[in-house]
Design a protein around this ligand. Structure first.
Ligand SMILES: CC(C)(COP(=O)(O)OP(=O)(O)OC[C@H]1O[C@@H](n2cnc3c(N)ncnc32)[C@H](O)[C@@H]1OP(=O)(O)O)[C@@H](O)C(=O)NCCC(=O)NCCS
Length: 229
C-alpha cells in the first residue's frame, strides 16, 4: 500500500495500522515529527485516543507535505506542520507556511489505521474511514432516512459506503456530532444536503460536492470534495 497519492483534486495519505501501533509509543523518530506543543497535547491523551490522534496527524502531515511540495515547490518539515483542533474538533494548521493559504484538509482514524486528505485548488475536503463490517439495521437507521439502507441490508461494503459517504460530506462542511446524517444523501458520487447541513452548505455558496470511495484493505475510505467554482 503506497502511503501518499498525489492526484488532484486532493492528495490522500495513509498511516496503516502497523505504523500507527509503533508510532503510539512515540519512539524518537516519531517524536521528531511533532512540535513541542503537539507532543504536550498528545502526551495528555489516554492511550487509545493518543494512538488514533498520532496516526491521523502522521497521515495529515504526509498529505500536507506532499501538497506543499507539489504546489509550492518546497517541502516543510513535519514538525512545522503543527496541527491543532478548533472548539468544534475541526483540524487546522497552527502556523502559516508562507503566502499561499494552507489547503483544506481532513483526518479520519479507524481500527485499520488513519487517513488524511489535503484539497487542491482551493477546494474543501472531508474524509471518513471505517472498517467494512456488517452493521445492524438499528445502527444504520440512526444515520439513514427511511428506506435509504434497504439496498445495503446484506452488503457490508454498501453499508460502509453509506456511512462513510455521509460522514465525509458532513466533515467537508465542518459539522460534527450535532449534525443529522439523515439530512445528507450521497448518490451517483454526489452529495445532497437538507435541513441544518443544507443551511451550512448554502452558506458556503451551495458548491457541487462529489464523493469518491476507495477500498484500502479492511477499510472503506470516502473523500468528499467541492468542485472548482
Ligand atoms: C466529528 C466526527 C465527524 C468524527 O467522526 P469519527 O468517526 O468519530 O472519527 P474520525 O476518526 O472519522 O474523525 C475524527 C477526526 O475528525 C476531525 N473532526 C472532528 N470534528 C470535526 C468537524 N466538526 N468537522 C470536520 N472534521 C472534524 C478531527 O480531525 C478528528 O480527528 P482528531 O481529533 O484526531 O484531529 C463525528 O464524530 C461526528 O460528529 N459525526 C456527525 C455525523 C454522524 O452522526 N455520523 C455518523 C455516521 S454517518
Amino acid at each position: 500500500m503506497t502511503q501518499t497519492r498525489c492526484e488532484p483534486p486532493y492528495r490522500l495519505a495513509l498511516c496503516p495500522r502497523a505504523e500507527a501501533d509503533r508510532a503510539a509509543e512515540l519512539p524518537g523518530d516519531v517524536r521528531a515529527r511533532f512540535s513541542a506543543r503537539e507532543l504536550a497535547e498528545l502526551e495528555a491523551l489516554p492511550p487509545r485516543r493518543r494512538r488514533d490522534r498520532i496516526a491521523g496527524r502522521l497521515a495529515a502531515k504526509r498529505a500536507l507535505a506532499a501538497h506543499a511540495e507539489a504546489e509550492w515547490g518546497w517541502r516543510p518539515r513535519d514538525e512545522e506542520l503543527e496541527i491543532a483542533n478548533d472548539g468544534e474538533g475541526r483540524p487546522f494548521l497552527r502556523a502559516r507556511l508562507g503566502d499561499p493559504p494552507a489547503p483544506s484538509f481532513s483526518i479520519s482514524h479507524c481500527p485499520a489505521g488513519a487517513a488524511a486528505a489535503a484539497a487542491c485548488g482551493g477546494r474543501r475536503v472531508g474524509l471518513d474511514a471505517e472498517v467494512v463490517v456488517a452493521r445492524p439495521a438499528e445502527v444504520l437507521a440512526f444515520v439513514c432516512a427511511r428506506g435509504e439502507a434497504e439496498g445495503a441490508r446484506a452488503d457490508p461494503e454498501a453499508q460502509a459506503r453509506l456511512w462513510t459517504g455521509k460522514e465525509a460530506a458532513l466533515k467537508l462542511l465542518g459539522l460534527g456530532l450535532s449534525a443529522d446524517a439523515r439530512a445528507v444523501r450521497v448518490e451517483g458520487g454526489r452529495a445532497r444536503y437538507d435541513g441544518e447541513p443544507g443551511r451550512a452548505w448554502r452558506a458556503l455558496g451551495a458548491p457541487e460536492v462529489r464523493v469518491d470511495f476507495t477500498r484500502e484493505q479492511d477499510a472503506m475510505l470516502a473523500v468528499a470534495y467541492t468542485e472548482m467554482t
